[in-house]
Design a protein around this ligand. Structure first.
Ligand code: NAP
Length: 242
């Protein structure tokens, strides 16, 4: 039975990813930072099926010590770590000339440094096992850039570059590293958009619909099984960026 760590499991997309891996029979280490209540409700839902395969862990992904403790706690609880989904992320809409250094660094730390720390600690184990799978949740804005989201775009573009570089370094050790690049997904991250703004984005999506957290979760499960796929950026965006 394989073990997966999923960061941001207290968020909308992470919760669905956790449920999808659980359904596939994985032992799920669901990571939250501030929203313990949401993580606890995920645990309570899954525990009804199998209390041995779900545990929640608190970790600020920007804190190196907390990340190292997390890896050790997951190993103690589940024995091994086979897969990692770097899903935790933050975004902020603002004009470029208004971004403070603190705001810039905060976005880079959560969206890029966090995945670096988690991946580094997991890769140490995966190298010993000669097997592993890492999935980074980027964004279509990391591919093409978004006006008023320069810091977010830079962080997610960096995550794509990290994915590609790491996949080349660890491929021969049986470790795959891929990226999912979601488009507009129906979560609270987009709660700031008005009805009119949402409609105007949807007009630009060839499939004419907004994605759901399950669409991203299904892509994770595909990448979990796709043994000849590494270093790729899988767009889950209704065709908006191709
Ligand atoms: P969300 O509901 O706001 O969830 C964000 C998650 O990130 C929460 O679980 C939060 O944990 C966690 N997080 C934030 N800062 C953290 C930190 N310092 N340490 C650990 N965890 C931290 O967002 P979402 O829509 O599900 O987004 C999930 C991922 O998909 C993000 O990487 C986002 O950039 C990406 N994405 C989303 C969309 C979209 O349209 N929604 C599109 C493209 C890409 P706590 O709440 O427990 O603090």
């Amino acid at each position: 039975m394989k073990t997966v760590i999923i960061t941001g499991a207290s968020g909308d997309i992470g919760r669905e990813i956790a449920k999808a891996y659980f359904k596939e029979g994985y032992k799920v280490a669901a990571v939250y930072n501030r929203n313990e209540k949401s993580a606890q409700s995920l645990k309570e839902e899954l525990i009804l099926t199998d209390s041995e395969r779900i545990e929640i862990f608190k970790c600020d992904v920007t804190d190196e010590k907390e990340v190292i403790s997390l890896i050790s706690a997951v190993k103690s609880r589940f024995g091994n770590i086979d897969s990692l989904v770097n899903n935790a992320g933050i975004s902020k809409i603002q004009l470029f000339d208004n971004i403070s250094l603190n705001e810039w660094e905060e976005i880079l730390k959560v969206n890029l440094t966090g995945p670096f720390l988690l991946s580094r600690e997991c890769v140490k184990l995966m190298l010993k096992n000669k097997s592993g799978n890492i999935i980074n949740i980027s964004s279509m804005w990391g591919q093409v850039g978004a006006s008023c989201e320069v810091a977010y775009s830079a962080s997610k573009g960096g995550l794509i570059a990290m994915t590609k570089a790491l996949s080349k370094e660890v491929g021969l050790s049986g470790i795959r590293v891929n990226c999912i690049s979601p488009g507009l997904i129906d979560t609270k991250m987009n709660a700031h958009l008005s009805k009119e703004e949402l409609e105007s984005v949807v007009e630009e999506i060839p499939l004419g619909i907004i994605g759901t957290p399950s669409d991203v979760a299904e892509a994770c499960i595909y990448l979990e099984k796709a043994k000849f796929v590494t270093g790729q950026v899988l767009g889950v965006n209704g065709g908006m960026v191709i």
